[in-house]
Write a protein that binds this ligand. Structure first.
Ligand SMILES: [Zn+2]
Length: 262
């Protein structure tokens, strides 16, 4: 599939399905923001298990034309921003959520970084499928994306991730291996909640030993995420009650996990 955010939709690109997304009337968002939000919700409901071509053609006032495969559609759209509800539903540290969202940003040397324009930051999500072989975790999309950039080993890159769930044991292992193979990339992870299935504790320790920094999101990181990745239409982040308390609890748990011997 071609580049991101093309300014001209390729003529040869033929959608296999089409949906119309009406502009919600009377919404508090601008028409563009409201349409983006509606589109994100629609794609969220209709994302099939296997990628299929899709073109999202949007009418006047829409900020960007987007094309990609359905498998890519959410990451593509999310590069524009998460809608407010998706952010809150998934990052709220008192609520269990079935999905994992990963917001990332990369500090890099600037020109010649090798990172395609628009990909210095973005939002990725896990993709679940009844067939476990087809399920993918958000972290694996991130590693794949970074590897596709073919970063210059002469430079240093710092990737900061905000995760709605901390990495599972497999992802932690993969990220640790990635860091071992890519000394020019450093990884700072902030998680809203601790994912606690399988050998997750071991995984987190392995990741830390590989050089990653791992911490729990505090109000500061939630606000930064909101400001950076959410289509907030100028509204500021409103911390929920209990945010600090939960954050503190998770942080203590994480510290005790990381301090334990392997
Ligand atoms: Zn995982």
């Amino acid at each position: 599939m071609g580049g991101l955010y093309p300014h001209n939709i390729a003529a040869s690109f033929k959608p296999v399905r089409s949906w119309q997304v009406p502009f919600p009337l009377g919404a508090s968002l601008s028409p563009a923001g409201a349409a983006m939000k509606a589109l994100l919700r629609l794609l969220d409901q209709k994302l099939p298990a296997t990628p299929a071509p899709v073109v999202c053609k949007c009418v006047q006032g829409f900020p960007q034309l987007v094309q990609g495969s359905l498998g890519q559609a959410l990451p593509l759209l999310a590069a524009e921003g998460l809608d407010e509800d998706t952010f809150t539903d998934n990052f709220h540290n008192e609520i269990w959520a079935s999905r994992t969202y990963l917001c990332y940003e990369v500090e890099h040397p600037g020109q010649g970084s090798g990172i395609p324009p628009g990909q210095e930051k973005g939002v990725l999500r896990n993709k679940s499928d009844p067939d476990p072989m087809l399920s993918r975790h958000a972290e694996s999309f991130l590693l794949e994306r970074i590897q596709s950039w073919k970063l210059n080993p002469e430079h240093q890159y710092r990737v900061t991730c905000f995760l709605s769930w901390s990495p599972c044991a497999d992802c932690a292992q993969r990220m640790a291996e990635f860091l071992g193979d890519n000394r020019h990339v450093s990884l700072n992870l902030y998680a809203s909640r601790i994912y606690s299935l399988g050998q997750y504790e071991q995984g987190l320790r392995t990741l830390k030993r590989a050089g990653a920094s791992i911490a729990i999101m505090t109000a500061r990181e939630f606000e930064h995420c909101w400001d950076t990745f959410v289509l907030h239409e100028g509204r500021s982040f409103q911390p929920w009650e209990g945010l600090d308390k939960e954050s503190q609890k998770f942080s203590e748990t994480l510290q005790s996990i990381l301090q334990q011997e392997a």
